[in-house]
Write a protein that binds this ligand. Structure first.
Ligand code: SAM
Length: 281
């Protein structure tokens, strides 16, 4: 038995025993590893950081997709930035009312390897004709996007080091704002409030987004394999408020079966612990 260990903070590490190291590769963008473990099933890391595993991926992918869909169930045109494992595309593609899903992933190898080792998240990428894959930098893609093209942008990125850095800049958020229509919603991987390094990035992202969007809040979820287990998504919008405009009845009438998300979680996720509220003062 061998052990994968990720550094979470100074003097603090998280470890998983694994049976097999399935794949190791250095792509032009990052180092990719796939492992087989008893507790978390197959999991993969980028530059030594946990990305997705078979046991808790449903939490992240439920929360990135169903929250905006329950605020505006009429979303038709979706842009995913990053998300190479395919989990976000899989979950958003469960809505028959969505017309197009553009997914822009910088690293084609992540998609190919997930199609081989993680069909749980990646298998829909080649099965749904509404999903169009683009292999390029998400920042460059939104720079070129026509104004008002999308109803929803989901930023399913790595942390703001390496290729993900550009996805945490003011310029990127400005282009997202422009690429969204008047009903537009932006959801972004918003780091964690708990450990200092992650907290700094979380606050930097929030400061930029709130300068641009009239509605900018964060919501929380529990991801056991991300540092501290306490993680946030950002919800930014030109007009919809995540709670006042929550279309609970319409979303429930669609009858989607989910394992983490439900209408009470939707509401509760926006009520933050006091120490997190204080960070935003
Ligand atoms: N849920 C994961 C997490 O937060 O740990 C992230 C999932 S997904 C694997 C993140 C993806 O973002 C990676 O596949 C990475 O290649 C991609 N990515 C990073 N920077 C990017 C960029 N500038 N443009 C497009 N995709 C990018």
């Amino acid at each position: 038995m061998k052990t994968f260990t990720e550094r979470w903070a100074k003097g603090t590490h998280f470890s998983i025993d694994y049976e097999r190291h399935l794949h190791h590769e250095v792509t032009p963008f990052q180092t990719v590893d796939f492992y087989q473990s008893e507790t978390f099933g197959t999991f993969f890391t980028l530059d030594g950081l946990m990305m997705v595993n078979e046991k808790d991926e449903f939490i992240y992918h439920d929360m990135i997709t169903h929250v905006p869909m329950a605020v505006n169930p009429d979303i038709k045109k979706v842009l995913i930035i990053g998300g190479g494992d395919g989990g976000t595309a899989r979950e958003i593609s469960r809505y028959p009312s969505i017309e197009t899903i553009d997914m822009v992933e910088i690293d084609q190898r992540v998609v190919e390897l997930c199609q081989t080792y993680l069909p749980l998240t990646a298998s829909r990428l080649n099965q749904d004709p509404r999903i169009r894959l683009f292999f390029e930098d998400g920042l460059k893609f939104v720079e070129r996007a026509q104004a008002g093209t999308y109803d929803l942008i989901l930023v399913d990125s790595t942390d703001p080091i390496g290729p993900g850095e550009g996805l945490f800049t003011l310029a990127f958020y400005q282009h997202c704002y422009r690429a969204l229509g008047q009903n537009g919603i932006l959801i972004n991987q918003h780091e964690s409030p708990y450990f200092e390094d992650y907290r700094k990035e979380m606050l930097r992202a929030h400061d930029k987004i709130k300068r641009l969007f009239p509605i900018a809040s964060v919501y929380q979820f529990h991801q056991p394999t991300y540092p501290s287990g306490h993680w946030l998504f950002g919800f930014a919008s030109k007009k919809y408020h995540p709670l006042r405009d929550h279309q609970k009845e319409r979303w429930e009438a669609m009858g989607l079966k989910t394992k983490y998300y439900n209408s009470l979680i939707h509401q509760g996720a926006f009520y933050l612990p006091t120490y997190v509220n204080d960070l935003f003062q």
